[in-house]
Design a protein around this ligand. Structure first.
Ligand code: PLP
Length: 436
């Protein structure tokens, strides 16, 4: 590995002008220590930093780069759109095409309203649910992240967790008082909550598969129970697919699981993949709820850059590449990466758990199965930090926190898997050396 001198220089400059040097907290490496790398280029599965170091990328911008960096078709469509105008602040065809593509893929979606971030998408879904039910209380699960809206920054997973903030200062008790937090995968707790407060609950909000505390698959029947409780009590079921949407299958997690469990979410939020690396997110659902939004209804929601023609062109080009072949590749690559890393850790006797839902996976540095946030917090973060840095030094860029999913793309190759396997055997030794 070459030096990281230029990254260090950029970071010193960044620290003087940007809080913590970063535009989003997890990027600062707080959980693992050391200097964040400054990236200048990505091509397929590889990213390059300012010092010219090359890495196999397992972050993928936290999901959006599902077809790899700078995919020629996505680049072509972006340039084509950008050369005509970056933004009109008015209606334009690309947003219609993207909405049609989402609706074609997801039978629970009849309308889509576009916004620029997952945070906004969930905020909008929550506002809609409260307006539709004329109730206030939102139920969320400990360790699930739904963006940084005030009312949802309560026990919110990785970013907040990495910094050791159970809840964020600056969120008033008033803003948080209508948010009730329940342990994930706890059938009894959610039943009891509905028994006590069912008539106050506007919505249950959950990640389709929690992946912001590491990947914690829903226990069989858990989502079905949530859906049923919502239905019986006149609440809405909001499925947050910002991470999982169009990553786990052509129609997201719901599409995948609906073949086994038949339930239907009332609102679904999307982000990440639907923008292909550009700021696009959205909330989708049946017309009867979605049409409560202005200008048809009175629930206000707006955005200067919403449905932006360049961003929606990137999203559309990306979704068009998300065919059954791509999902088969993602599933295979996820299995391969999980296998080689898990094998290396086992060889060195490092306790770990590989958990996955489809191609979304993470490795917990823990002994036992992780079913909820409390379990996730039992991880050995010191072992992870050693593992992370060794992987980075050997050319693999992992998410810089033990509480994150790892992301494969359609561009990852056999050569990448070999490189990851080699780096893992070294990194597993580094992790083992931290064990007491
Ligand atoms: C990333 C994420 C969000 C927030 O999206 P942003 O675009 O970062 O605001 C919300 N929910 C889930 C499940 C996410 O993974």
């Amino acid at each position: 590995m070459k030096s990281i001198e230029q990254s260090e220089r950029w970071h010193q400059r960044a620290l003087k002008v940007i809080p913590g040097g970063v535009s989003s907290p997890v990027r600062a490496f707080s959980a693992v220590g050391g200097t964040p790398r400054y990236f200048v280029e990505g091509k397929g599965s590889r990213v390059f930093d300012v010092d010219g170091n090359e890495y196999v990328d397992m972050v993928g911008s936290w999901g959006p780069m599902i077809v790899g960096h700078a995919h020629p078709e996505v680049v072509r469509r972006v340039i084509e759109a950008a050369s005509k105008s970056s933004s009109f602040g008015a209606a334009s065809p690309n947003e219609v095409l993207l909405a049609e593509e989402i609706i074609r893929r997801v039978s629970a979606a009849e309308r889509v309203r576009f916004v620029s971030s997952g945070t906004e998408a969930v905020m909008t879904a929550v506002r809609l649910a409260r307006a539709a039910t004329k109730r206030n209380v939102i139920v969320k699960f400990a360790g699930c992240y739904h963006g940084h809206a005030d009312a949802l920054l309560v026990q919110a997973g990785s970013g907040v967790l990495t910094l050791g903030l159970p809840n964020s200062p600056g969120v008033t008790p008033g803003q948080a008082q209508d948010t009730v937090v329940v342990p994930y995968n706890d059938f009894e707790a959610i039943k009891e909550l509905f028994t006590k407060r069912g008539s106050e609950i506007a919505a249950v909000l959950t990640e389709a598969v929690p992946a912001n505390m590491g990947v914690v698959p829903p226990a069989p029947g858990f989502n079905a129970l949530l859906s049923q409780l919502c239905k019986e009590n006149g609440a809405l079921f909001i499925l947050d697919e910002v991470m999982t949407g169009f990553r786990l299958s052509s129609g997201g997690w719901w599409h995948l699981i609906n073949a086994e469990e038949s339930w239907t979410p009332d609102l679904i939020t999307y982000g990440k993949v639907i923008g292909g690396g550009y700021p696009v997110a959205g909330v989708a659902g049946p017309a009867r709820i979605m049409d409560l939004l202005a200008p048809i209804g009175s629930v206000y929601q707006a955005g200067t850059l919403s449905g932006n023609p360049v961003a929606t062109a990137a999203g559309l080009a990306t979704l068009e590449l998300c065919d059954e072949n791509l999902y088969a590749t993602l599933n295979r690559r996820a299995r391969e990466v999980g296998d080689v890393v898990s094998t290396a850790l086992s060889q060195e006797g490092v306790p770990h758990r590989l958990q996955n839902a489809g191609n979304l996976f993470s490795i917990f540095f823990a002994d036992e199965e992780v079913r909820n946030f409390a379990d996730a917090q039992g991880q050995d973060t010191k072992a992870f930090a050693a593992f992370f840095h060794s992987m980075l030094d050997n050319g693999v860029s992992l998410p810089p926190s033990a509480y994150e999913a790892w992301f494969v793309s359609g561009a990852h190759t056999d050569q990448d898997i070999e490189l990851i396997a080699g780096a893992s055997s070294v990194a597993a030794k580094a992790a083992a050396s931290t064990l007491g």
